[in-house]
Design a protein around this ligand. Structure first.
Ligand code: URA
Length: 433
């Protein structure tokens, strides 16, 4: 009767004990609680919330269902970053090698994409040979040799979160601040990160669109990390429009390689420079903003960050030639342009719609086991605040045949062009520590 009691306690606004939350998670993982019972509990929590003690108990219970790694030490802390996900978000591919090239080890376990938001593992799988499924020993070995590792979420780290997440995904209980916070922080604890920088997105392409709710999620995760001995900081970053130009797997790898090679890409370079600064400072707290920025700029201009990425990727099996000549990466056969039908200033480039267009040409998946087209995607040429004239190419749809009209419609509707001038949104709106 424990699960029924836990459901009614949450319905009546009572606080669960640590032991009660722990038992619930372990009983669910061990098959003593059915999916429908756990779903009822999750749905109740999604409606009535949980306080920080319950959220902490949930995070720890997830961690205790699996292994816990320890990759860093007090003298050489390991930094991790986590994005709540978005459209065209290739920040991991850029900031992890930049920070590692500055001498700070980074360990990053990433996920696959689902729906309109992409996943880093899918993007990296467009690189021939690159292996993302690493066990704990391989994680340790790559981290030690390369100073960085990016890998898929390992099955033995916080498996309680993975099974609960699958249930949340199909019961509309993902969008709950305490459930998201416990899920994310449990994975950071399990991988043994010493410091975490959280990239919390807001805007229509984000997990939580509303700015105030995203800020609350950021504060909850920073507070939860602190309570559990994990130093976290959060950045609130813009996802009202896609991040940068490329949306789609190989297209995003190419854009990340260009940024690492020194190209300035609007919407990517600024956000990644700030994320890199905050990650460096989380490991080296005495570093001023100016000194951190200088190191980041130097890592890129000297070629060290790009070389760091290539060396790491090769260690995990990548064909280096494809990264040195991105023309060898998967590419779509056809390109369909979408043009402006009037003059004016761009007021909106809906990230959700651009992500939806990517999904329609196969760059994303609608169910967990659906195949992906690594070459397909969208290149967005213009951003909020740009002035365009009728006929300007707003975006290119890269696809491999089939009916491209639904994607064209989505991209067309993503753009709102008006007569009045428009100020672009800030790439990073706040920093919470
Ligand atoms: N990402 C996670 O890892 N967990 C959530 O609950 C939501 C986003």
């Amino acid at each position: 009767l424990h699960v029924q009691a836990a459901i009614s306690a949450k319905r009546e606004g009572r606080t669960l004990t640590e032991e009660s939350v722990r038992r619930l998670v372990h009983d669910f993982v061990d098959g003593r609680i059915a999916d429908h019972q756990m779903s009822a509990w999750l749905a109740t929590v999604a409606c009535t919330g949980m306080d920080l003690s319950e959220t902490a108990a949930l995070a720890l219970a997830y961690v205790d269902t699996g292994k816990r790694l320890q990759l860093g030490n007090p003298a050489r802390p390991v930094v991790d970053k986590h994005s709540t996900g978005g459209v065209g978000d290739k920040a991991t591919l850029i900031v992890v090698p930049v920070v590692a090239a500055c001498g700070v080890p980074v360990v990053k376990l990433s996920g696959r994409g689902l729906g309109y938001a992409g996943g880093t593992v899918d993007k990296l799988e467009s690189v021939p040979g690159l292996r993302l499924a690493l066990d704990a020993d391989e994680l340790r070995s790559v981290a030690a040799q390369a100073g960085m590792v990016i890998a898929g979420q390992s099955d033995d780290l916080a498996p309680g979160d993975a099974v609960t997440y699958s249930l949340r995904d199909v019961t509309a209980t993902v969008e709950s601040i305490p459930l998201i916070a416990a899920s994310i922080i449990s994975k950071k604890l399990a991988v043994g990160a010493d410091r975490v920088v959280l990239d919390v997105k807001y805007g229509d392409g984000a997990l939580i669109a509303d700015y105030d709710a995203a800020a609350e999620l950021a504060r909850t995760m920073v507070g939860l990390g602190g309570r559990l001995g994990l130093r976290c900081e959060a950045m609130l970053t813009d996802m009202t429009q896609p991040m940068g130009r490329a949306v789609g797997n190989a297209l995003e790898i190419k854009e990340a390689l260009a940024v690492l090679g020194g190209e300035h890409v609007r919407g990517v370079s600024e956000t990644c420079a700030l994320l890199s600064r905050v990650m460096l400072q989380s490991a080296l707290p005495e570093l001023s903003d100016e000194a951190a920025d200088e190191r980041v700029a130097e890592a890129i201009s000297s070629g060290a960050a790009l070389e760091q990425f290539l060396r790491w990727a090769e260690l995990q099996g990548a064909d280096r030639a494809c990264l040195e000549d991105p023309g060898l990466l998967p590419a779509a056969r056809d390109v369909t342009e979408v043009r402006a039908d009037r003059d004016g200033w761009i007021h909106e480039v809906s990230a959700r719609r651009i992500g939806g267009a990517g999904l329609r040409v196969g760059a994303g998946r609608i169910s967990a086991d659906a195949p992906l087209d690594h070459g397909a995607g969208i290149l967005v040429n213009h951003r909020i605040g740009d002035h365009v004239t009728a006929g300007t190419v707003l975006a290119e749809i890269h696809h491999n045949g089939g009916d491209v009209r639904p994607a064209v419609d989505e991209v067309t509707q993503a753009f709102v062009i008006r007569d009045q001038q428009c100020t672009p949104p800030l790439a990073v709106r706040d920093r919470i520590r």
